[in-house]
Design a protein around this ligand. Structure first.
Ligand code: ADP
Ligand code: ADP
Length: 223
């Protein structure tokens, strides 16, 4: 089945910027890379898919549910670019908060949170305040947050780009793990290195428009 569809999805900010008539489909279990320079419209597109902003035109679905609907919300996790935490909370408390926001049952959250902290390499740091975390640790906590309700789909907006090489490697490994677990991954990036090993297909975006969709090899070959 299809995890994500977008049909002529358009966002017009009124200043000539945004996204223009984007049509794509992403299959279940697929890793899809949304590649383009800063300002291309990648964040805008993902914000429409996760229901944070409303499209000007077009429509889309998440697991068959219209984007922006509550039903759609239950099927994905989202890691925004430049995620900001309440820094006085511990990593564990941030996850507890997310679990509650996502309607995860308390007993389920209690079981999952230590597992998630282990998964992202924060098993020994869960009680520390987020303020004390490195950027890489914060991004890994963000990945854990995106997984807190065990969603089939994860949207990740530039998860690795602000990190140093080691941090980027950690994030890439986690994304590979998510893919191996069968998650559908929608990955925004301006770095080819982020998408080329992970993604089954990529869309090349510029100026709010898709230039090309295909395998990484196809897209590279034609540019
Ligand atoms: P990317 O994620 O690829 O860097 P964005 O989706 O953040 O691109 O931005 C696409 C374009 O839309 C940019 O030119 C940006 O300045 C503009 N833009 C983003 N948000 C707004 C907004 N709320 N109002 C007006 N213009 C915006
Ligand atoms: P992101 O890429 O995650 O959207 P940004 O730093 O690009 O983060 O944008 C921060 C906020 O400013 C967002 O709400 C975005 O929509 C808004 N924004 C970005 N570019 C513009 C712009 N040219 N005009 C107005 N608002 C903008």
């Amino acid at each position: 089945g299809l995890a994500i569809t977008a049909h002529e999805l358009t966002k017009d900010y009124g200043n000539g910027r945004g996204c223009r008539s984007i049509t794509i489909t992403v299959g279940e279990g697929e890793a899809f890379g949304f590649l383009g320079p800063n300002g291309a419209g990648k964040s805008t597109f993902v914000k429409m898919l996760v229901g944070l902003i409303r499209q000007t035109e077009g429509h889309g679905t998440i697991c068959g549910h219209p984007i922006g609907s509550l039903e759609a919300r239950r099927h994905f996790g989202y890691l925004p670019e430049l995620y900001r935490y309440q820094e006085w909370l511990s990593g564990e408390e941030v996850l507890q908060l997310h679990a509650r926001l996502c309607d995860v049952e308390a007993s389920e959250a209690k079981r999952r949170i230590p597992e998630l902290l282990d998964l992202v390499g924060l098993g020994l740091r869960g009680k520390d305040r987020v303020k004390m975390y490195s950027k890489g640790m914060q991004q890994r906590l963000g990945l854990a947050c995106a997984l807190v309700n065990d969603p089939p789909i994860v949207f990740l907006d530039e998860p690795a780009s602000a990190l140093d090489p080691l941090g980027r490697r950690d994030v890439r490994e986690l994304l590979r793990l998510m893919k191996a677990q069968g998650k559908t991954i929608f990955l925004n990036s301006h770095l080819l290195e982020d998408v080329e090993l992970l993604c089954d297909r990529v869309a090349l975006l510029n100026n709010g428009q898709i230039l090309q969709v295909g395998s990484v090899a196809d897209v590279l070959h034609e540019t």
